[in-house]
Design a protein around this ligand. Sequence first.
Ligand code: ADP
Length: 320
Amino acid sequence: LHALRRVLGSRPALSDVQVMNRVKVTTSDLRLAMTEVKPSAMREVAIDVPKVRWSDIGGMEEVKLALKQAVDWPLRHPEAFIRLGITPPRGVLLYGPPGCSKTMIAKALANESQLNFLSIKGPELLSKYVGESERAVREVFRKARTVAPSIIFFDEIDALAVARGSSHAGGVGDRVLAQLLTEMDGIEQLKDVTVLAATNRPDMIDKALMRPGRLDRVIFVPLPDAETRRQIFTLQFRNMPIHPSLHLEDLVTRTERYSGAEITAVCREAALQALQENIAAEHVTDTHFLAALDAVTPRIPQSLLQAYEKYQREHGGARA
Ligand code: ADP
């Protein structure tokens, strides 16, 4: 239809035979068509290909690289892994404080590597009806295999894979976990499907899920360091008119212990302060940012950060 429209669009007065002779379907027609017609296997679980790009994520270079190595390379260059005699990781667990870009990174990975991306939030799969949750897990993996190469992303996986025996929902958790393990162990079938999971609470996840061949690569996504904070501010300032006298370095120093999400919140708050002062404001200044820093304080408790450090010592993932 695209090819036809192109011919008819340029010369509406052609006869049928002339049209027939001129129409040629080109690669670009097919490409356009593929943006309109989506594989039906993806319909139920698919989210639109996320719009996040690597360049939208400030800093976190080591995390980005580790993920590309773990997910993108094995799917793109399987022969290289065979040549060197290693098996690529089957699954990757991202853990770290909330609001530090785990979800964003997963989305960017899917977008940039152009893999089919199935995104599931842990709690969504839980159902109180017997057998429903397991069926949902089976279904997710079946779909992923159909549309391979693909990534399954389990956000908040701690909701699904709590350590056995600790769930109170009548054993739903235990059954879901068992199903998850079965699916991940389906060695042959899981070719070209990578499981990516994210959690704020790695200590709550059942150890069985972390064995080799399952979520065998563990990556810590830390609070943003100074360089990352600088970049997040710079990304925010792309769309925000900043007074030339603003001290970026000062902001970077003052936002130690802030998560990425909190830094974005600080910027929004500063802009609101500027508007509150004067609805016709054209710039956001240092004063507004100082007020915003008072209003938005880092919320991640020290105890949680210590828990990550402890987990890091015990399970690796120290350097991403
Ligand atoms: P998580 O999944 O770790 O809880 P998200 O990926 O949902 O965190 O991040 C929440 C928000 O914080 C993002 O939507 C983004 O606006 C902001 N953010 C966090 N880290 C960064 C970063 N490194 N660069 C740019 N924005 C970030």
